[in-house]
Design a protein around this ligand. Structure first.
Ligand SMILES: NC(=O)C1=CN([C@@H]2O[C@H](COP(=O)(O)OP(=O)(O)OC[C@H]3O[C@@H](n4cnc5c(N)ncnc54)[C@H](O)[C@@H]3O)[C@@H](O)[C@H]2O)[C@H](O)CC1
Ligand SMILES: [K+]
Length: 220
C-alpha cells in the first residue's frame, strides 16, 4: 500500500475539514467515493449479479451511489438494505432516494434467514453495512448478516473497512466480514497492517474522494 495509513478518527477529521473549511459538500465526497469504488468493483467482480448490502449510515450511503454507477457500467445489481429509506439521514438518505427513484431494486431485510433467500450464491457481495462509524462487536442483525455473507461461495468486497473490524487495531472479533477486496477511502486504515487484519481485508484498493492534497498533508 503506497498511501500513508490513517486512523478512523483522522479519516473522519479529513471528511469534516473538507466540508467545514474547504466547502466541499458531503454529498460530493460520497459521490466521489461511490463512483471510484464502483469502477474498482467493476474491474474485479466476476460477471453476474452484484448484491450491495447497505447499512444505516454513510457506509450504506456509499452503497447506494455504487449501485447507480455499477448499473451505468452495465452491471446487474440489487441492494439489500437493513433499514427503511425513511430511517436514513443526510447524504445516505439522499442517495437512497435517488436509487429508489432510479428503479434500482432495493429489498429490506430485518433478519438473516430472509437474506439467505435473497443472496444468489454466485452473486458478488459488497459490504456497505458499517464503516468508520462502527463500534465492534457487531450487534443483532449485523452479526447475522455478516455470517450469512461469509457463508456464501462468492467474491466478497468490503467498502472502507470489513464490517466488524476495528480499523485502528485490525482486531476482527467474530463475526467480521471476510473480504477478497477492500476498497477504502482516502487512505489505508492503520489496522490494515496488523496480522489479524489480513484474512479479512484481502487486496486493498485506495479510492480518492476528491479531498485536496494540501488537506491530506495537514493530517498528522
Ligand atoms: N472521508 C471519508 O472517508 C468518507 C467516508 N464516507 C463513508 O462514511 C462512512 C462512515 O459513515 P458513518 O455514518 O459515520 O458510520 P457507519 O456507516 O460506519 O455506521 C453507521 C451506524 O451504525 C451504527 N453502529 C455502529 N456500530 C455498530 C455495531 N457494532 N452494530 C450495529 N450498528 C452499529 C451506528 O449508529 C453508526 O452511526 C465511512 O466508512 C465511509 O464509507 C463518506 O461516504 C464519504 C467520505
Ligand atoms: K463496510
Amino acid at each position: 500500500m503506497n498511501s500513508k495509513s490513517l486512523s478512523c478518527e483522522q479519516v473522519r477529521r479529513v471528511d469534516q475539514i473538507a466540508i467545514d473549511e474547504y466547502g466541499i459538500p458531503g454529498i460530493v465526497l460520497m459521490e466521489n467515493a461511490g463512483r471510484g469504488a464502483a469502477e474498482k468493483i467493476h474491474g474485479v467482480a466476476p460477471p453476474g449479479l452484484i448484491t450491495i448490502l447497505c447499512g444505516k449510515g454513510n457506509n450504506g450511503g456509499d452503497g447506494y451511489v455504487i449501485a447507480r454507477h455499477l448499473e451505468l457500467l452495465g452491471r446487474s445489481i440489487q441492494i439489500v438494505s437493513t433499514c427503511e429509506i425513511s430511517d436514513l439521514s443526510g447524504d445516505a438518505k439522499t442517495n437512497a432516494e435517488i436509487a429508489a427513484r432510479s428503479d434500482i431494486p432495493i429489498q429490506k431485510v430485518d433478519e438473516s434467514s430472509r437474506l439467505q433467500l435473497i443472496l444468489d450464491p454466485a452473486a458478488t457481495i459488497v459490504d456497505g453495512l458499517l464503516g468508520t462509524g462502527s463500534k465492534p462487536p457487531l450487534r443483532g442483525m449485523y452479526a447475522d448478516l455478516v455470517r450469512a455473507a461469509n457463508n456464501q461461495p462468492c467474491m466478497r468486497i468490503a467498502l472502507d473497512i470489513p464490517t466488524g473490524m476495528n480499523a485502528d487495531t485490525g482486531e476482527a472479533i467474530d463475526p467480521t466480514f471476510i473480504a477478497d477486496h477492500t476498497i477504502t477511502f482516502v487512505a489505508p486504515k492503520t489496522g490494515f497492517a496488523s496480522p489479524n487484519a489480513s484474512k479479512h481485508i484481502g487486496q486493498v484498493h485506495v479510492v480518492s474522494i476528491g479531498v485536496p492534497s494540501k488537506l491530506l498533508r495537514s493530517i498528522g
